[in-house]
Design a binder for this molecule. Structure first.
Ligand code: HEC
Length: 105
């Protein structure tokens, strides 16, 4: 029986498509909601008011600081019971940091 080659070529086409795909559009506010930031933090009118406020965080921390805190919270805040978000895709991290930087009064 002749074996057809299409499954292999189909897989290659799929891989090529995935590799060429641009980073998906992600929204910072949507990420923050999905990742559960508001279980511990607040903004005026958002999140647990007992949590620490991220109001004006964009004016207080640099992009580098924000990324360091999100990746390894304990590196900057040894006592903080905050989960690491090191698993985020690079574009998700960018979208989240951009969003936080925009939180300025
Ligand atoms: C389980 C609780 C928890 C979750 C979930 C959490 N954090 Fe935190 N976060 C903390 C704690 C605790 C601190 C350290 C002290 C503080 O600011 O309250 C902190 C600190 C921070 C700081 C530094 C604040 C400052 O004033 O210097 C930032 C920025 C931050 N978190 C952002 C986030 C973002 C964005 C998310 C979601 C992706 C998130 N956190 C999720 C608990 C949490």
């Amino acid at each position: 029986m002749k074996r057809t080659a299409w499954p292999a070529s189909l897989a290659l086409t799929l891989l090529a498509t995935l590799a060429a795909a641009p980073a998906p559009e992600v929204s910072g506010p949507e990420l923050a909601r999905r990742l559960g930031c508001w279980a511990c933090h607040s903004l005026p009118g958002q999140g647990e008011q007992k949590g620490s406020s991220l109001d004006n965080i964009g004016a207080r921390l640099s992009p580098e600081d924000l990324q360091a805190i999100l990746t390894h919270p304990r590196s900057r805040l040894p006592q903080a019971k905050m989960p690491s978000y090191a698993h985020l895709r690079p574009w998700e991290m960018r979208a989240l940091v951009d969003y936080l930087l925009g939180l300025k009064r």
